[in-house]
Design a protein around this ligand. Structure first.
Ligand SMILES: [Fe+2]
Length: 314
């Protein structure tokens, strides 16, 4: 085990990761405090929320403390159409124009493509050929509906977070992109999709980042992809974030816990983070969280930190 040598975890985090270009945030599900705290601390050029935002007030009101600090972008998730409030606080917000779904936008020097929502069989089962989808577009679906069946004179609220073939194909034909953000996961995930990989490869992206599964996954570190894969892939847990580009000094676990884990510990414990990371704990087989994470257990340490932050007793 390599002990933490910094006497000030905050200082170390701030020094190594000051002003990242881009930060991607996992599904907030109504709690935007971790987003605000991380942006105030790290001051990225821009952020992307990876869906399932479910803002409790209009999104621009929720994020008002950071509106002038960073550029805010998002994709929607399946839960953003759960209720009228979920829908209106996103699509009715002053930030509604920042939805990346179905398009490519240059953000902080990167071309970022977005595909929000999820696949639903009633619209398109992506394991079947795209031309066999029940509806090619939301307009095509709307035309089959009687007026009284419509929601706000359009398709149902629920299917406004379904992925239609037309949205996918529009993105597929949009040219080169550096990064693809999705709510659904790529094929290497147990619940992922080959069509996400095909989209990523057609766009020529170097990076895919997704939400939805509430799990931090570095696909390369976990052995789910290889260094020869055409793109790197990350899943981001709810309440957590990924900074990009990653700091090469902190990208391997052999030198200690990853930077984002240190950031998360600092977020949860403040000045006591170092004490917590350096104290043996039965949940980590009697090892310290820092040692446990360094030896390949970072996912468990991250889950427990998230549980503590969300009010669990550990
Ligand atoms: Fe989701």
């Amino acid at each position: 085990m390599k002990p933490l040598i910094s006497s000030d975890l905050h200082a170390r985090s701030e020094h190594n990761q000051s002003k990242p270009k881009l930060m991607f945030f996992g599904d907030p599900h109504g709690d935007l405090d971790p987003v605000i705290a991380a942006v105030e601390r790290l001051q990225p050029e821009a952020i992307v929320l990876l869906g399932d935002i479910q803002a409790r007030r209009p999104l621009h009101d929720e994020l008002r403390p950071i509106l002038d600090l960073t550029e805010i972008w998002f994709i929607h998730g399946n839960h953003d159409t759960d209720s009228d409030a979920d829908y209106d606080n996103l699509w009715g917000s002053e930030l509604a124009t920042r939805n990346l779904h179905g398009r490519i936008v240059e953000i902080a020097g990167f071309k970022v493509a977005g595909l929000g929502g999820i696949f639903r069989r009633k619209i398109w089962d992506p394991q079947r050929p795209i031309e066999e989808a029940a509806f090619q577009s939301s307009d095509a679906m709307r035309r089959t509906m009687k007026r009284e069946e419509r929601w706000r004179d359009g398709i149902s609220r629920k299917h406004r977070s379904s992925i239609f073939p037309a949205d996918y194909q529009q993105l597929l034909q949009s040219g080169h992109s550096d990064i693809l953000v999705t709510h659904e996961a790529p094929a290497a995930h147990p619940h992922g999709w080959q069509v996400i990989d095909e989209l990523a490869e057609t766009l020529g992206v170097q990076l895919v980042v997704h939400g939805h599964h509430h799990q931090y996954i570095d696909y390369l570190a976990e052995g789910l992809t290889t260094a020869a894969a055409p793109f790197r892939a990350f899943g981001v847990d709810m309440g957590s974030h990924l900074a990009w580009p990653t700091d090469p000094q902190n990208s391997t676990e052999s030198e200690g816990p990853s930077q984002d884990l240190l950031d998360l510990a600092a977020e949860v414990f403040g000045v006591a983070a170092q004490d917590w990371l350096g104290k043996p704990h039965k949940l980590f087989d009697g090892q310290t969280p820092a040692a446990f994470a360094t030896e390949g257990g970072s996912e468990k340490v991250r889950s427990i930190l998230n549980a503590i932050r969300n009010g669990g007793v550990v």
